[in-house]
Design a binder for this molecule. Sequence first.
Ligand SMILES: *Cc1c(COP(=O)(O)O)cnc(C)c1O
Length: 473
Amino acid sequence: MGPGGSRGLQNRWLFKGSGRFDSCLFRIMKSMYSSIPQVETLLQHEQISRWFALIGRPLTADAVRIAVARCRSIIGQTQQPITFDEVLSACEAEAQHIYLGRVRPVINATGVIIHTNLGRSPISKTVWESVAPLNCGYTNLELSLQSGKRGGRSAFAAELLRSLTQSEAALIVNNNAAAILLILTAFAKRKEVIVSRSELVQIGGGFRIPEILAASGAKLIEVGTTNITTVDDYLKAITNRTSMVLKVHRSNFALRGFTEEPSTADLAKALPTDLLLVVDQGSGVLDDNVAGEIAVHRHINAGAHLVSFSADKALGSVQAGCIVGTKAFVDTLGRHPLYRALRVGKTVSSLLEATLIERLNGQMLPIEQFASRPMEELETIGNQITDAVQNERLSLVDSTMTLGGGSTPDENFPSRSIAIEGPKAQKLVDSLRARDVPIIATIEKDRVHLNLGTLFDHQIPLVISALRELLEA
Ligand SMILES: *Cc1c(COP(=O)(O)O)cnc(C)c1O
């Protein structure tokens, strides 16, 4: 309820009446209201001013105003005075509510390593620290130090991507959706793009292939059926308006059973040479070691002209969209006016560069560490937590984890979880989420599950104290 919610009631009480009783009440109530401190006074109190650092002064002031109005309405309704401490805690509750809207660290106990709602892949700490000085000062983002002239933006990150994907050239934009929009706008506007019906997918929050196509001005030509699409289906759909064949990674679902689809190589061999073959690879898997995924370089070597993918999924870096492929086409994209609106700044360029160097040097990124953690280690973490909490509602159970992020939809691997028995599972999940460092848990078969597979070591004590407090309460 907003602060104005009960003001009508208050006014009726105070001003509608006449007679002595009412005027006496009016005086008492007035003094009760005046016991509420001024907004400015409250803002100077250290219990309130400490919120400036967390939500900023103007929003703290909003919180105080809302709380003061609420206190006034409570006085109006109850005709009881309110203490200073009560006003303070009302202000704090309001500030806390506002603070919940801010992005902050959470504990991922879902077992989904690349969780789109939880910021996808965590960035390696050494990567983050290495780019701090560069981001807090000036950089040669678009200046060639060799020639002293204007250089290519994100040129070094592109060079690394090129090398990692065995491509001729690379370009970096804001995300993979932007990459596809740019490719379609530059090459397929007012022309036809052929896509298999089995690949007309929606990925996560509202990214729908047909809608991106429509937004770019390209005309979608659907071929094949949900489960079977053949090379012939593509060939038969070609007209003199066709500009492109787009293959899309199905990302968050798997097709099983009686299915058939041509590979990138099949299409590259069969399609006329003047048609572009573009692959939305999605996940950014670069090696052959992820089951169910085709690495980017496989599509390039199979003859795709352009391949696009996200940098914050299996690549383990910052949010960005990568486009790799034939130099002439990548250059065209880099010169397109839309690229100006989609290009990345120094923060993304530097983080991507540093991640790619770690990868190229064989260092393990956080998502790879989670994906390869031995079961014994999860067992140890689980025992550490259950031993410390000592509550008969807790048990250590077998579970599974997934890579997530729209990759390997069909692949789970083993994990261990802490299961919490007892009633009101949803309430417990909500309480875990409401903590200072929120813990994001799931419910499985009426039990709360804390998947240990995606827990950072430094978060173990936080989980222990959360469980102690919530289960004892
Ligand atoms: C994730 C994904 C996208 C969207 O990528 P963003 O980087 O989130 O814009 C597009 N296509 C596929 C196949 C994906 O998996």
